[in-house]
Design a protein. Structure first.
Length: 481
């Protein structure tokens, strides 16, 4: 006799097999899939969608939209509306549920010369088309620039009543440049050329367009990289920033400089030979556990030049300081426009504004600190103040531990001396909060960061021991006590 859970699992498997059979699993192209879906009766289409997994239905929805926006008959559009009516769900909500990128796929096809697609945009999306397009510009424009669809950019400019393409593109440059930075090198050159020639008519240089928004571009690169698991997030961030640095370098030194770049030495972000930095001058005995990696010198220099600006952006957004004159400029950088509710779009309400992912922001900060271990001492007081605020604003999130770890490791004991009492005090406060939410994180903080820092201070800076706060009777701090 099967357990109830096993019966439910087998039923789910059979339902999914039935869906695949109905939808035509053997379709060889999106056109074939669209034709198959278009042939379904509304009742059967509704049955297929009911309680379906998102990953199974997203391609189906894509097929319907592709068929509806195509130049063929209206069967896909009819089926899409039929399902919407039978399921009693707005197509706008249907997109949100099964594939949020359908907004982008649809709006990227928008053209004032294509009445069918323009009408489809108006019909399918709830609320004002202008407000929807303006909200999604950070997602739409990078794609259009990468594909060099100048006609589509001009159509959107016309739709939004912008006087010139430049006025449409310039506010979105941080999003466009951060997306360009993550492309292959060959595509980066053509994308920059498109911006300079088609958008700005050769009146600006790469340096002009990058310098004006470099801090925001770096924040976006770090934020986007922080979505990935740890090994991939670091390498992706370094590569993207390196692409921006190379573009600026070629602009400033000429095309011949790019060929000699391979012979130039690279600067290590950490010491790969050992997991521990020796105690004594400039170091601590904290076990950092990093593998070590190479960071191009241009990346280090680019980050150093915009370091304080990046911190200011992160602090304003993390603190939720809507009174800051920069709030409206910085807050969209760390928000996905597809997360906004309709109320926040149409009414300007803050109620529908998505909450900030504090853990992801702290991970982005950790990536920044990991790339600049040899430079952190230059910003030590400012960075300490920022980490104190960021840790508190995040509700003492466990992800802040890695930020403190890179801070302490990068600066080293000798340069950290004046700040050690404040650092230990803040780490104890963080540990007391983390202890209530994650015992594993608490053990990591206590045994791998806090305790070694106190022990190292006692050995190499005994004059500071009296200034260190009294340690609580935690077993994890036995060695430090």
């Amino acid at each position: 006799r099967l357990a109830p859970g096993e019966i439910e699992r087998q039923l789910q498997v059979k339902c999914n097999e039935w869906r695949l059979q109905v939808l035509g699993e053997g379709a060889t192209s999106q056109e074939d899939a669209a034709a198959r879906v278009a042939s379904l009766s509304p009742a059967l289409l509704r049955a297929v969608f009911t309680s379906a997994p998102v990953e199974a239905m997203s391609p189906v929805l894509a097929s319907l939209v592709a068929g509806a926006a195509g130049s063929g008959d209206s069967s896909s559009l009819q089926r899409l509306f039929a399902f919407s009516m039978l399921a009693q769900i707005c197509i706008d909500d249907l997109f949100r549920t099964f594939d949020r990128t359908m907004y982008l796929r649809l709006l990227e096809r928008y053209s004032r010369r294509n009445v069918r697609v323009a009408s489809l945009c108006q019909l399918l999306l709830r609320g004002s088309l202008k407000s929807k397009v303006r909200l999604l510009l950070p997602k739409i424009l990078p794609s259009l620039v990468l594909t060099q669809h100048m006609d589509s950019i001009q159509d959107i400019c016309w739709l939004l009543d912008e006087e010139a393409v430049q006025s449409l593109v310039t506010p979105q440059l941080p999003f466009i440049l951060s997306e360009i930075a993550e492309q292959p090198v060959s595509r980066i050159a053509t994308s920059f050329l498109f911006i300079l020639e088609q958008v700005y008519a050769k009146k600006l240089t790469i340096t002009n367009i990058c310098d004006a928004s470099l801090g925001k571009v770096l924040v976006l690169i770090l934020w986007n990289s922080a979505r990935l698991p740890a090994p991939g997030s670091y390498s992706r961030a370094v590569a993207a920033i390196d692409h921006i640095a190379q573009a600026l370098r070629v602009q400033n030194k000429g095309a011949g400089a790019a060929t000699s770049r391979a012979q130039e030495p690279k600067r290590r972000a950490d010491e790969p030979a050992a997991k521990k930095r020796k105690g004594g001058k400039g170091g601590t005995v904290i076990d950092v556990g990093d593998e070590g990696s190479l960071v191009p010198l241009e990346v280090v220099q680019t980050l150093e030049g915009s370091f304080l600006h990046v911190l200011d952006i992160l602090e304003i957004v993390l603190s939720g300081n809507r009174q800051s004159p920069k709030w409206s400029e910085y807050s969209p950088l760390l928000q996905d426009p597809l997360d906004f509710s309709e109320e926040s779009v149409t009414c300007g309400s803050e109620q529908g504004t998505p909450s900030l992912d504090s853990g992801r922001l702290l991970k982005a900060l950790a990536l920044l600190l990991e790339m600049l271990p040899e430079s952190l001492h230059r910003f030590a007081p400012k960075l300490l103040e920022f980490l104190q605020n960021a840790t508190a604003f995040s509700g003492y999130h466990a992800q802040s531990i890695s930020c403190w770890r890179h801070f302490v490791k990068g600066i080293g004991l000798q340069r950290l001396r004046p700040l050690i009492p404040a650092v230990v005090s803040e780490l104890l406060r963080l540990a007391s909060h983390v202890k209530e939410t994650s015992l594993a994180a608490f053990a990591q903080l206590s045994q791998e960061l806090l305790s070694p820092l106190v022990v190292d201070t006692c050995r190499h800076a005994p004059e500071l021991v009296a200034s260190i706060p009294l340690l609580p009777p935690w077993d994890q701090l036995r060695a430090a006590r």
